[in-house]
Design a protein around this ligand. Structure first.
Ligand code: IMP
Length: 425
């Protein structure tokens, strides 16, 4: 039996969907524990490409039960569309395959509108660049104790009363700031349809995961986003609104920390970020363009071009420490195949001082200048490698060096988007 947590150790988009899909071969339960449909986990199976936003990446395995844990914020309309789209493509999804925690907070239309309005009203340097999926406002309502939870989807009369009251409340705010109000009747009709569709999937999933653990089943917790978008540890306020780190797996599903055996940290062989906020190794030159082009670095949820830069060992080491990473899954190594030299950031220059620990002040991270060590490139394709021995020497040296710098061992290497372009180190 093994209970593992898989998290992104950078700014998200590390390729978690693919690694989870590979790891779920032997897994009984896959559970999401935070975030919402701001996530976009890409899974490629043969010629088919799927982008999952809320449904856990275990959905493609017949024997795997997928759980959306209580720490996730769920947009009923988005979940309904995602399930329907997957069903139309022949994926088997039923309440026997997918469970949604009764404790999940709902993302409702007023959250999305508020996300948009807040983002539009932020001055240019203060924009977060959110996905506009209503994530922040929904978590804010949860903390403010005014949220509506999935358990309420089954009782339409109660849901309608709560939804109308909350929409009216938000409409009074929108009216006050000159924003067009939501049409309560139309929004209720849409929510009602989604509620009827989702209600059969809603269960007390705290029981599901605890029973699975006590029966000795294999469980994989699927993190979304990444360490530096964590609301506590990330580059605040340029973060998402949940705990993306491994500790979130317990609060976000109701399983005790004593059960966790293994933490897998997914890390790209370079660095990317979507949205605003500091990114010390960001490249603004043709090298950055090249990483974006070769790596296909465009957001899976919003299509936005991702900001690209070299590998940053300062932030990644701190991240491996906070997450307690037991093994790294290093992705997109093949994207570096064509470079003559590959710089790796080993420290920051902060006002003339050399710093090797990630600063907590976002202003310091913004002004930090990367100090690089240069590694020779390998100038050969790695996409067909299926073991460390089949990699060029310099690619192996590169993996060894970044593993040494972040103080975590390499467990998995990915050299392409497909399931089979993955091997154990
Ligand atoms: P929010 O989660 O939509 O509130 O967005 C907050 C920040 O997190 C923005 O910078 C987003 O671009 C970023 N973000 C949210 N979800 C993801 C993700 O799945 N991958 C990468 N960045 C994300």
């Amino acid at each position: 039996m093994s209970i593992s947590v898989l998290v992104g150790v950078q700014w998200g988009d590390e390729g978690k969907g693919k690694i989870i899909d590979v790891l779920t071969r032997d897994v009984d339960v896959v559970a999401r524990f935070q975030g919402g449909n701001n996530a976009g986990h890409t899974v490629e199976i043969g010629d088919e490409k799927y982008v999952l936003h809320l449904v856990p990446s275990g959905i493609f395995r017949d024997e795997t039960l997928c759980v959306i844990g209580n720490g996730v914020v769920v947009a009923p309309d988005a979940l309904k569309s995602e399930i329907s789209d997957l069903q139309e493509r022949g994926i088997d999804i039923s309440p026997a395959k997918l469970e949604v925690s009764s404790r999940c907070h709902l993302i409702l239309p007023y959250h999305r509108l508020m996300d948009e309005v807040r983002e539009a009203r932020r001055s240019s340097g203060n924009k977060i660049g959110t996905t506009k999926r209503g994530i922040g406002p929904a978590y804010a309502d949860k903390a403010s104790r005014t949220g509506i939870r999935a358990v309420e989807l089954a009782d339409l009369a109660r849901l309608e009363e709560r939804f109308r009251a909350q929409t009216e409340y938000y409409n009074s705010i929108f009216a006050g700031i000159g924003v067009e109000q939501l049409d309560v009747d139309a929004e209720w009709e849409a929510l009602k349809t989604a509620a009827e569709f989702i209600a059969p999937y809603v269960k007390d999933t705290v029981l599901t995961v605890n029973r699975a653990a006590s029966q000795g089943k294999n469980i994989l917790f699927e993190g979304a986003q990444g360490m530096w978008l964590d609301v506590d540890y990330g580059t605040y306020p340029f973060v998402t609104s949940s705990n993306t780190t491994s500790g979130g797996a317990c609060t976000g599903t109701g399983l005790s920390p004593k059960y966790i055996d293994n933490v897998v940290g997914v890390m790209k062989a370079y660095t990317t970020r979507v949205g605003a906020g500091p990114f010390p190794t960001e490249l603004f030159d043709e090298m950055g363009e090249e990483l974006r082009r070769v790596g296909g670095e465009f957001g899976a949820t919003t299509g936005r071009p991702r900001r690209c830069g070299w590998f940053d060992a300062v932030s990644s080491r701190y991240s491996c420490m906070v997450n307690g990473v037991d093994e790294l899954a290093i992705t997109k190594l093949d994207v570096l195949d064509g470079f003559d030299e590959i710089p790796v950031c080993v420290a920051y220059d902060l006002d003339g001082k050399k710093v090797t620990d990630m600063p907590s002040d976002t202003r310091d991270i913004t002004s930090a200048k990367p100090i690089y060590e240069s590694m020779p490139g390998w100038k050969a394709s790695t996409s067909d490698a299926r073991s460390l021995d089949e990699l060029p020497d310099n690619a192996r040296r590169y993996l060894d060096r970044i593993s040494e710098l972040v103080e975590a061992k390499v467990g998995i290497v990915s050299v392409g988007p497909n399931r089979d372009q993955t091997f154990q180190a």
